[in-house]
Design a protein around this ligand. Structure first.
Ligand SMILES: *Cc1c(COP(=O)(O)O)cnc(C)c1O
Length: 388
């Protein structure tokens, strides 16, 4: 006699929910703020900031997005194998030994160095490429003033240069020093591009905006805007931007409560006994910890979760697999109930920006930690062929 294997429920312990309709809304909202002629390049690196790159890119393609950016060739290959069409730009380093993969999977490679260009060229693979021009970020790219190096790249016979890009270092604030610096970066980029054109090169599609550039410098002409974090409906931090689009958070993080019990005044909670109850307290032990991506730095720093529509504090140190919450003021909390760590429940909300602030970091960092052992549950319309 064969016995059917029981299937695990996805929302049995801790999970993330991804609202694909919110994602589509954000894409439309961002596009409505883009200058005419500029197309959205969806940045779906790091599993689309933890949201699942195959589903995110698949749905965005159906919304008319035809251009994607990833950090690694492997991320691009995953998308191609899922059936994704359109352009895929690899923003990160691909070893020249893997040039054949770029070719086979029609991935465009960002070229950031003249020696790197030569190495790729010598592989003999015809490769589509964009050039990264460094205008002051000093992370990656050929210096804007080095026209000789740029000319060498354009003359690499096996590299088909289809675009040029730069990256802004401080477009996320409107402090006057940062604005001056950002405008300087853009001027450098534009002057280099016009010099290259004068030299007779086709600089192709031009792009320099990421989310914050789009929101703080929205009228600059360009061919692509490389939107990452804003597409996921959050901003990196709470600082105001010039344009405030009506974005909807795409990701929620939820977990079951495993145990509920009372502790007495003077009793402590979790490792290191950093928290002591001043009065009798009802504690809920939640099935989520730092191994699930809940930042441990949030311990004792204002971290909250939502239980039955009430925002309650996380108490004591966050453990690898657990965290404890003070649910003294919430009636009828039982094991099996849901605690929301990011997202809303019953009218109360915890935004990813709050979690990031409590952890002393930005939302980008928080979002891409999820997913090692958390199932993703997709809500809203899934792309055709999904489950792909
Ligand atoms: C990650 C990345 C982006 C997207 O940045 P967001 O701030 O998330 O929009 C854009 N461009 C480059 C080069 C990147 O590495």
């Amino acid at each position: 006699m064969t016995e059917d294997k029981p299937e695990a429920v996805e929302d049995g312990r801790a999970w993330i929910e991804i609202d694909l309709d919110a994602l589509a809304h954000n894409a439309a909202e961002l596009r409505s703020h883009m200058p005419s002629g500029c197309e959205l390049m969806a940045v779906v690196k790091a599993e689309a900031y933890g949201h699942g790159s195959v589903m995110v890119a698949g749905r965005l393609f159906e919304e008319g997005v035809k251009s994607f950016a990833v950090a690694t060739a492997e991320e691009g290959i995953l998308l191609r194998e899922s059936g994704l069409d359109g352009e895929i730009l690899v923003l990160g380093y691909t070893a020249p030994e893997n040039a054949g993969l770029l070719r086979t999977y029609r991935l465009m490679q960002l070229i950031f160095d003249v020696d790197y260009a030569r190495q790729l060229d010598e592989t003999g693979c015809k490769l589509q490429a964009h050039i990264a021009i460094d205008t002051g970020m000093h992370r990656l790219g050929i210096d804007f003033s080095d026209l000789t190096a740029l000319e060498t790249v354009f003359k690499c016979g096996n590299l088909i240069i289809e675009g040029c890009a730069t990256h802004l270092a401080s477009s996320d604030t409107l402090d006057s020093g940062d604005v001056i610096f950002t405008c300087g970066q853009i001027e450098k980029f534009e002057s280099t591009i016009s010099a290259l054109k004068t030299m007779g090169f086709n600089t192709g599609k031009l792009h320099f905006q990421a989310s914050y550039g789009m929101l703080n410098y929205q009228n600059l002409r360009c061919d692509y805007a490389r939107a990452g974090i804003a597409l996921y409906g959050v901003l990196s931090h709470d600082e105001a931007t010039a344009v405030r689009p009506a974005l909807r958070p795409v990701l929620s993080l939820k977990a079951r409560i495993a145990q509920v019990r009372w502790i007495g005044a003077g009793e402590t909670v979790s490792y290191g006994r950093t928290f002591m109850a001043a009065a009798p307290m009802k504690l809920a032990t939640v099935c989520a910890g730092y191994a699930d991506g809940v930042p441990r730095q949030m311990s004792g720093n204002g971290g909250m979760c939502v239980v039955h529509g009430h925002k309650v504090p996380i108490i004591g140190r966050i453990c690898m697999d657990w965290l404890m919450a003070d649910v003294t003021g919430v009636d009828h909390v039982q094991p099996g109930d849901i605690a929301t760590l990011i997202g809303s429940d019953g009218g109360a909300e915890i935004r990813c920006e709050e979690v990031a602030a409590a952890a002393g970091t930005i939302t980008n960092d928080i979002l891409c930690r999820f997913g090692i052992r958390l199932p993703r549950i997709y809500k809203g319309r899934k792309p055709e062929g999904a489950g792909r």
